[in-house]
Design a protein around this ligand. Sequence first.
Ligand code: PBG
Ligand code: ZN
Length: 342
Amino acid sequence: MRISTLAKGIGMEFLGYRHRRLRQNETWRRAVRETKLSTDDFVYPMFVTGGSGVRNSIESMPDIYQLSIDQVVEEAKEVVKLGIPAVLLFGIPDESSKDSEGSPGYDPKGIIPSAIKAIKTACPDLLVWADVCLCEYTDHGHCGILGSSGEIDNDATLPILSKMALAYADAGADAVAPSDMMDGRVGAIRRVLDDHNHSLVPIISYAAKYSSSYYGPFRDIANSCPSTGDRKSYQMDPSNVDEAMREVDQDIAEGVDIIIVKPAGSYLDVLWRVKQAFGMPTAAYQVSGEYAMIKAAGQKGWVDTEEVMIESLLSIKRAGADLIISYFAKEIAKKLKGNSGS
Ligand code: PBG
Ligand code: ZN
């Protein structure tokens, strides 16, 4: 029975229990803390571009860069030093190489396969996840290929996604992460990987990926804004949760290994339900807009960036995330190194 109900039942307003006893100093708070962030929870996203010695900053993503492969390798080494277990790679190919089917995405000599090889050579124990999607590689910027009347051709997109996933697995990726939201892609990718000796390469799917305005800064940094229309015919409507459960259920049936809910902060209810219902390894993606808003308000002096960072990450872990993909990964890892928890 709840204390409040009990109190009413016996005619008392105040039972005398003092919750503040266990809050009175930091040592007590540390001792009874229910949720603790660990460096092991984090995945750091990185954006790979051509050339060498390139570190392009992007205004809407403070402290995040477009990096050439040599620089990505340096960052990867730092990530390892900080104890972060995994990175997630996004490719930024040369604009002029983009075409209607996103062929630079599955070129075995393309930007991501080359980056995977370079990182795995320098940091063999770091988990390298590769995002699988067409939008960074198509001239129209959509996540699927377009049919004759400009509609997304779901089924014709599947073999292309599979080719991309295969190119990344062949290059040594530790996992592939389809973020396109085409139906049937987990099964299609699983079959192709299995047929090519990659039965142990996990698929991490953005099963519940919402059509979100929080992706704005990502599209600046990845040059992946759709040239016409929007992504609402394939990404999920922010109003729906039951639908997310059906998406996750189908990805599990098709053989998915880790589920991603994305964005994180505005979808903690989805994250909670998915984790509770399926008990799958579940990752949440704290996306570019969530990061940018915290950074921007901090720069203005309106909030304390570090405190809000920790609070936002705690809320994601509390809601059930086993892993958090976040642009704050390095920052929080540095912070956690300096103390024994947060
Ligand atoms: C591409 C992709 C996007 C993000 C991850 N993969 C953008 C989108 O779908 O438009 C967003 C990540 C972020 O905002 O940090 N499919
Ligand atoms: Zn995409």
